[in-house]
Design a binder for this molecule. Structure first.
Ligand code: SF4
Length: 368
């Protein structure tokens, strides 16, 4: 069963955009790490369907199906609903409420200087990203994390500025709206005692740096859906072998007799991540001495990949055959997440003096 906060496990928050079936880059860059974190932390993992809209707002026809595909891959990779909470972002509307409140206090300049904002505005030219939602997506990320008062956010180096922005937003909120008043009395005793100092609503989450293994796609560039160079977690063995066959290699190996270098070869990178030590030793010696050919080397890499993917695909099948099971997991996760998120929102509204509770107008106070 899930551990609660008082069992001292730190809380981890992370999400993945609902982009559909996941590839090995998603696995190596995040998912594999999440699976390992389940027992160490209290983990909340969400499918970020609203984030998908920041760039793909024009056609939403696939968003829901894509969310389910992401969840199936999570379950296939070994995320376990008994050990972590999985849900869809848009099923917990408190994310949106907190996003709105944060958007009131976040200076524009903070958003305009986020490195990925500038980079994506320059690189993605086929879509109009001059929208309020795209500029504000780090504010939504801050809400995603802070609505659960996350202690840690697992990220790669390039995402550290986003966590820093979340910390800045938390700090700014705490500065404007410190909680003052009385601590609740023990049960059965009226009153309560005045707080000695302001109590801050939000902790400042820390980045949890994940070791970023270099995972090239079949064309040697970073594996990414937008490059069309992926190996999917759902690819059957025949497709994996076919994709490996066409994968680029060390350009120095023009002929079978030319020696190569696995350290500059994308197939060599795959071996380093997925093959055992013995295979890596064979590759290293064989490649550098031209003792093996690339075809043979690629077939060993395919063997290693298939070994990793097969058990995942077997696990996935159970949910593919009965997707309702997966949906039920999401619903239960959303319910669990909503409980935590609504507790935070009560504190937020209290701190902002905007609670939903009836309060007598100040002129009528004392008159009763
Ligand atoms: S033998 Fe293997 S590591 Fe060496 S260049 Fe060919 S595919 Fe790459």
């Amino acid at each position: 069963m899930m551990a609660s906060r008082n069992q001292q496990r730190k809380r981890v928050l992370s999400g993945m955009r609902s982009t559909g079936k996941l590839h090995l880059g998603n696995y190596v860059g995040a998912l594999d790490n999440w699976v390992r974190m389940q027992d160490q932390y209290e983990c909340f993992f969400f499918v970020a369907d609203w984030h998908a809209l920041t760039t793909d707002y024009a056609d939403t026809s696939q968003v829901k199906q894509n969310s389910l595909e992401v969840l199936l891959d999570w379950l296939a990779a070994g995320l376990d609903p008994e050990r972590c909470t999985m849900f869809i972002q848009s099923h917990v509307p408190q994310h949106a409420e907190l996003h709105l409140l944060f958007s009131m206090i976040t200076p524009l300049g903070w958003l305009e200087r986020v490195p990925t904002y500038k980079e994506q505005r320059e690189n993605i030219t086929e879509k109009d990203l001059g929208t309020y939602g795209f500029l504000g997506y780090p504010v939504l990320q801050a809400a995603d994390i802070l609505v659960y008062k996350g202690d840690f956010v697992p990220v790669g180096e390039d995402q550290v500025p986003h966590v820093e922005l979340t910390r800045e937003i938390a700090r700014r909120f705490n500065m404007f709206y410190p909680r003052v008043g009385r601590t609740p009395p023990p049960p059965g005793i009226p009153g309560g005692v005045p707080m000695t100092g302001p109590r801050l609503v939000f902790p400042e989450p820390q980045p949890l740096l994940t070791p970023a293994a270099k995972l090239p796609g079949t064309d040697g560039r970073k594996m990414s859906k937008s490059y069309g160079n992926t190996i999917l977690l759902t690819d059957p063995e025949s497709v994996v072998r076919q994709k490996l066959k066409t994968m680029v290699t060390d350009p120095a190996r023009v002929r079978r007799t030319d020696p190569g270098n696995p350290d500059v070869c994308p197939v060599g990178d795959l071996h380093k991540i997925f093959s055992d030590r013995e295979t890596n030793a064979k590759v290293d010696i064989g490649c550098r001495s031209a003792g093996i050919g690339c075809i043979e080397c690629k077939s060993w890499a395919a063997d290693s990949l298939v070994q990793v993917l097969k058990p995942m695909q077997e696990r996935r099948k159970k949910y593919e055959d009965n997707p309702r099971l997966a949906w039920d997991i999401l619903e239960a996760g959303s319910e669990r997440a909503s409980k935590v998120a609504s507790g935070t929102m009560n504190e937020v509204r209290d701190a902002m003096k905007m609670s939903l509770k009836y309060e007598a107008p100040s002129s009528a106070q004392g008159a009763k």
